[in-house]
Design a protein around this ligand. Structure first.
Ligand code: ATP
Length: 236
């Protein structure tokens, strides 16, 4: 289990997260939704170790990780796919995916990640030797997901994976996330602006406002709540 307890973090002299509690286990998809500026990306960066934890506790499988580097957290099984994908444009699809594996320390006995992930991401087989910079936005998102999964995370943090994708590619992305949850033992924290789609896919959800969790529960309960209906799902 990944557990954040009363975490505080921010930038410079400003705190953005004001005591956030979040849990994620390996067999669930959990959505984090909320308005722009609510602190969702800040939460992801703090969990991944890209922003220091100012107070509170962060545990990964009962081990305190709050002071560990992002690299150490990735090796421990906690991997984030940041907003905007950040592939190496000049490297091929396969090279990008191999980097995801070597970033967490490859062992010679490990299976080839491209083999393991090829069923989920057809792009790996179709475009293995193509440079990542030449792929479409949706294809790059697939490679970014595959690269993260090549590190065999136990917990995956996805920060706005649908950002910049067309409606069709967004549908494909959500189908891919559903496939990942069916075929790999990885817990997924899904930060998304596409609230209805994210809730439809998730088991549980947190709603954030101004650096706090203001509502949490099963995704169905959160989707049915009048606040979420009004603010995010277009009902009046
Ligand atoms: P969005 O969906 O727009 O990305 P978000 O919920 O992910 O929103 P954050 O990006 O976490 O929100 O931003 C929360 C607050 O932190 C905002 O007030 C934002 O201006 C501030 N913030 C974000 N990044 C930085 C930064 N690098 N330096 C200073 N302040 C920042």
């Amino acid at each position: 289990m990944l557990e954040a307890i009363n975490i505080v973090s921010g930038y410079g002299s400003v705190n953005v997260l004001h005591g956030v509690d979040v849990t994620l286990s390996r067999d669930e998809v959990v959505a984090v939704v909320g308005a722009n500026g609510a602190g969702k990306s800040t939460l992801a960066r703090t969990l991944a170790g890209l922003l220091p934890l100012r107070s509170g506790q962060l545990r990964l499988a009962d081990e305190e990780i709050g002071s560990k580097s992002s690299n150490a957290r990735a090796k421990g099984g906690l991997i984030m796919v940041p907003e905007g994908r950040r592939l190496f444009a000049g490297l091929t699809v396969r090279e990008n995916i191999n980097l995801g594996r070597s970033a967490v320390g490859k062992r010679s006995s490990d299976p080839d990640p491209a083999e393991v992930l090829g069923d989920i991401f057809p792009i790996i087989r179709e475009r293995e030797h193509q440079r990542a910079g030449l792929l479409s936005g949706g294809e790059q998102q697939q490679v970014a997901l595959a690269r993260a999964l090549a590190g065999r995370p136990r917990y995956l943090l996805l920060d706005e994976p649908s950002l910049g994708l067309s409606p069709t590619l967004t549908t494909q992305l959500f189908e891919t996330i559903a496939k990942i949850r069916e075929s790999l033992p990885v817990g997924i924290l899904l930060i998304e602006q596409m609230v209805d789609r994210a809730l439809a896919l998730s088991d549980r959800a947190y709603v954030m406002e101004r650096g706090r969790v203001v509502l949490s529960g099963t995704a169905a309960d959160v989707a049915a709540s009048s606040e979420v209906q009004r603010a995010y799902l277009g009902d009046v």
